[in-house]
Design a protein around this ligand. Structure first.
Ligand code: ATP
Ligand code: MG
Length: 392
């Protein structure tokens, strides 16, 4: 198996050893094998086994287990304090809705389990005794940087249309090419994405847009992406934007005719949606050059959004960071004076107080009044007198 070996964390090793010791076949599988083979640290280790869920629970009767998805064969085992999803080898039955198999059947051979997986690079299994199990040439495709369906692409995509977007996602995150037949089938079957639950589509799309080669995928597959997000996406400069969902989405959508509608269709968490909207609204804002410009921007969108905008637009550090470092005031609570101070100074309570505070903030933001108690009181009294005059 020309010497592929994986460093497994103690928990994963323990799970494999226990299952194997009890007479079952067991492997780590999928994303962790792919990532380790590329030299990336796996995020988590999934285990597949010939043991049925009840058998797995028996093997780990002295460990904490969670019935994560017994009908799909998944038991989570807590080993050395880490959770491991242990799933019985299975094959999927017919797909009626382009997303969910009508049933799953448990099988005893790892190759059959690997055959139901989406791409060759995701269809490898490993254990320290048998080494790598790679019946579909995943290792060669990984070396070549190629996303290829296991089996016939058109069939695999019509079973589960989400795989179409996953193909684009892996191409974007790994800077891989999509094999020709797989790409053709992805284009042909993209309309089936309409059958897939919105949150699954959005999740894949967000990972795709955060990929280091997202720009190339957006350029190569506008027709497929239009099924996931009905707006023209901007590929130019996308890969240079820091890989944060809100920033990448704001860049991708900033030139769309109705970015708000496209965003609403994604049904993102409210916080994220709001961030993207505000970033798009300020996309063309000039970089603040003076302290007053920096404070104006901070007053308008707050420090968190301003920092995001700076990252999105790759502004070099300058007036904005300096204003924050000095602790410049850009909001009413930061003024060195309160409504109560104004009342104590004889300014009558009422809407005039709020107006006065806003006018004082304007003066501070513009650099016309120092944010000091005495200066603010003096200006307030001056304005209040003027207001009285004008009422007469
Ligand atoms: P990530 O790094 O995003 O977690 P992953 O490859 O681990 O990537 P998961 O969604 O966690 O992706 O899925 C785990 C494994 O399950 C995949 O590697 C693949 O073998 C298989 N898989 C996931 N989704 C599908 C699908 N829709 N169709 C077929 N196989 C799938
Ligand atoms: Mg995973």
């Amino acid at each position: 198996m020309d010497g592929f070996s994986m460093d497994l964390p103690a928990g994963a090793r323990f799970v494999l050893e226990r299952l194997t010791g009890a007479g079952f076949a067991a492997y780590v599988v999928g994303g962790c094998v792919r990532d380790a083979m590329r030299g990336d640290a796996p995020k988590d280790y999934d285990v597949c086994t010939s043991a049925l869920p009840e058998e797995t629970k028996r093997v780990f009767s002295d460990c904490r287990t969670v019935d994560t998805g017994l009908v799909h064969g998944t038991v989570t085992v807590i080993a050395r304090g880490e959770p491991y999803e242990v799933t019985t080898f299975r094959v999927d039955g017919a797909y009626a809705d382009h997303r969910h198999p009508d049933r799953v059947d448990f099988v005893r051979q790892v190759e059959r389990d690997l055959a139901r997986r989406d791409f060759t690079v995701n269809a490898m299994a490993y254990n320290p005794w048998q080494g790598l199990c790679d019946p579909f040439g995943g290792r060669a495709d990984l070396r070549a940087g190629c996303i290829r369906c296991v089996g016939e692409p058109a069939r695999r995509f019509s079973e589960d249309a989400l795989r179409i977007l996953r193909a684009l996602r892996f191409a974007a995150t790994n800077a891989f090419a999509i094999e020709a037949e797989t790409a053709r089938a992805a284009r042909a079957l993209a309309p089936d994405l309409a059958h897939v639950a919105r949150e699954r589509v959005t999740a894949e799309l967000c990972k795709l847009l955060c990929g280091r080669a997202a720009g190339a995928v957006v350029r190569a597959f506008p027709d497929v992406l239009a099924q996931a997000l009905p707006a023209p996406l901007c590929a130019e400069g996308l890969d240079a934007v820091p890989p944060e969902v809100a920033l990448r989405l704001a860049h991708a959508l900033h030139a769309a005719p109705d970015p708000g509608a496209a965003l609403a269709a994604l049904r993102l968490p409210k916080r994220t949606e709001r961030a993207v909207r505000e970033l798009i609204a300020h996309f063309g804002a000039p970089r603040p050059e003076t302290p007053a410009q920096a404070r104006r921007l901070l007053r308008e969108i707050g420090p968190e959004r301003a920092a995001e905008l700076a990252r999105l637009r790759a502004w070099p550090p300058g007036a904005l960071e300096e204003a924050l470092a000095r602790g410049d005031a850009y909001s009413i609570p930061q003024l060195a004076i309160t409504g109560a101070d104004l009342a104590a100074a004889g300014i009558p309570a009422g809407p005039g107080v709020g107006r006065l505070l806003r006018a004082l903030l304007d003066g501070v933001v513009e650099g016309e009044i120092a944010n000091e108690r005495a200066a603010l009181l003096c200006a307030a009294q001056h304005w209040n007198l003027q207001e009285e005059e004008s009422c007469r």
